[in-house]
Design a protein around this ligand. Sequence first.
Ligand code: PGA
Length: 254
Amino acid sequence: MNNKMVIANWKMQLGLKDSIQVFNEIKGGLSEKSKTQVIICPSFISLSEINKLNEGDGIDLGGQDVFWEERGAYTGEVSCSMLQEVGCKYVIIGHSDRRNYFKETNEIIHYKTRVSLGCGLIPIVCVGETYKERQEGRKEYVIVEQIVKALSGIDVRDGRIIVAYEPIWVIGSGQAIDPKEAEYMHSVIKKALIDIFSLSIVEKNFKIIYGGSINKDLISGFMEKQGIDGVLVGGASLKAQDFLAIIDEINSIK
Ligand code: PGA
């Protein structure tokens, strides 16, 4: 049975009104028989309203970021418990937008991951290399360094962590990488995780997903590959029909 996960990252693309509309369309269009785990990450300002609409099973909610302190004078920030109060079970940490525009380092990502796990959220930790790093033959090094710095010393215990492999130059480009290449990079990530946590913990507590220009036409190529547990979707999650088409494709895989 397939139990793949699809995560929608709405970034700063949908305001409250549009978020409610797209959410309702996705919820209304999801087949009751869907085996795919669906997680939607709206903007902070939309979470509370969307949570009220999200009765029943089928869809889980996630934040797009979180701060590592629980409370205090941190203007503009949102804590883990605030996310949980509005229904979040997941949180995206270290997306390349955050690394790029907000200069988030692997150390910051480490704190955020540690604190999220500690309060019971499931972190979706993003890693990815730039085109230049890939051209220079450093893709494995960069990814392993990101994993080691973000996750070493973290106590997973009963928690779960999702690692999202997102090659930076393909995000939003309309051009995903070759699924075979994604499969290879996922194996690099899995080995790095096993070195830190052991095989049994990685198999029990981790999932590794791919992100970068996924759409309904490309999805099955990725889902057929070994070790790709799901996808993180940006652009193709902003219209309900595009996102539902991805879920339908996954459900049709035996
Ligand atoms: P994309 O975004 O699907 O638009 O490439 C993916 C992401 O940034 O998570």
